[in-house]
Design a binder for this molecule. Structure first.
Ligand code: SAM
Length: 365
């Protein structure tokens, strides 16, 4: 079936999605892009929302085979921001007109870490209240798999979104990418818990992993749809030289250009299938292409995440080689992204939370 006919279908099945993800002709890709752009405008409007990104610690208890901050990487200089440093970064974020932030870190489940997260959320909510943000900034947590009671505590403290990437829904690939203690089923259960607690819930995958096929990615999109998530953060897999995956233990990843183009098609098809969710144009897109985030917006993304981690720590939060924005100053990234949004033909959504329309519909019908 041609791309035009597929795009006119009401319900896309796995074979349809695989075909869309596999398209290569420039004309087909443009049709796909345009359909994604129109779907974004229709369901989410013209705005692209900001999430200031604060990477508050690179200490991680996990050992994912692809990740630059995995616990076995002894080359990494480990850091944790203090409570005051995180709150200061959040205030600076609000001063740049950004209404929401993402607090991201390596994964720990010890009581000191959990108390720390609770404390920073509480303090940020109070410190960033203003006429525009009467309840303080919107907070997304991205701190990995936690016990249900811990997530309930985070939610009660005022964090209202949670991002937990499933990474891949292929059981075989998941097993090969993670150490034996980690489980795809537990990660899925954690996502369900987060939704049941009341979080706006986000997930996502890496694209272009060694051994990953377009069929796998099509099943990932069906998983996003069937788990009824509100947000997606996904991007290309990029090698980090000090990880086991860099040594080719699972084979070669997709070449950068292909991983980039496939990531854009993945954003577009996810938009077309899920319609009213928020989708991020992630930093990893820009690592592979100088206008990667603008392209992400043109293919259906409606969220960007300016780097707000204090400058001196950024070079220690390297998940993959060539991560952009590690040398900039606080706020520089937000200004630059404002320009990128306008260049892409959208409006910057400032001084607001920019919640997922899907969540609003899910909650209030
Ligand atoms: N540990 C937390 C978790 O699992 O949700 C949050 C931090 S983790 C470093 C954030 C994300 O970085 C992961 O979900 C993964 O998809 C992404 N990531 C890690 N290594 C990567 C790589 N080499 N290329 C692209 N993305 C990567």
């Amino acid at each position: 079936m041609g791309i035009g006919s597929l795009l006119r279908k009401k319900h896309l099945d796995q074979a349809d999605i695989t075909e869309l993800l596999s398209c290569h002709e420039a004309g087909d890709i443009e049709q796909l892009r345009r359909a994604a752009w129109e779907t974004t405008t229709r369901y989410c409007g013209h705005k692209v929302h900001f999430r200031g990104l604060i990477e508050f610690s690179n200490i991680c208890a996990n050992d994912c085979l692809y990740c630059g901050i995995r616990k076995s990487n002894c080359v990494v200089e480990r850091y944790s921001l203090t409570v005051d440093e995180v709150v200061e970064a959040a205030i600076s974020c609000a001063e740049h007109g950004i209404g929401s932030l993402v607090l991201q870190s390596g994964e720990r489940t010890d009581p000191a870490f959990i108390d720390f997260v609770v404390e920073i959320v509480e303090k940020i909510k109070i410190a960033t209240r203003s006429d525009n943000l009467p309840q303080g900034m919107g907070i997304t947590l991205c701190v990995g798999e936690q016990q249900r009671e811990t997530c309930e505590r985070f939610f009660a403290t005022g964090a209202h979104r949670y991002l937990l990437r499933i990474e891949t829904t292929s059981p075989d690939l998941y097993r090969r990418l993670h150490p034996p203690g980690m489980s795809l089923e537990r990660r899925k259960a954690c996502l369900q818990d987060l939704k049941a607690i009341g979080f706006q819930c986000g997930t996502g995958v890496m694209i272009g992993l060694p051994g990953q096929t377009c069929e796998d990615l099509a099943r990932d999109i069906l998983f996003f749809r069937d788990s009824d998530v509100d947000m997606i953060g996904m991007g290309p897999y990029i090698v980090h030289q000090d990880t086991p995956l860099a040594g080719g233990v699972l084979g070669l990843p997709l070449p950068a250009v292909e991983a980039f183009e496939l990531s854009l098609r993945m954003i577009a098809v996810t938009r077309i299938v899920l319609c009213d969710i928020n989708i991020a144009a992630t930093t990893a897109l820009q690592a592979l292409h100088p206008t990667g985030r603008e392209e992400g917006i043109r293919f259906g993304a409606n969220v960007v995440m300016p780097q707000l981690t204090p400058g001196r720590f950024r070079k220690h939060y390297l998940l993959y080689d060539g991560k952009p924005c590690v040398d900039g100053q606080e706020g520089e990234c937000a200004g630059c992204l404002r320009e990128k949004i306008i260049t892409s033909g959208r409006e910057p959504g400032l001084l607001e939370w920019g919640d997922s329309p899907h969540f609003t519909r899910r909650k209030h019908g």
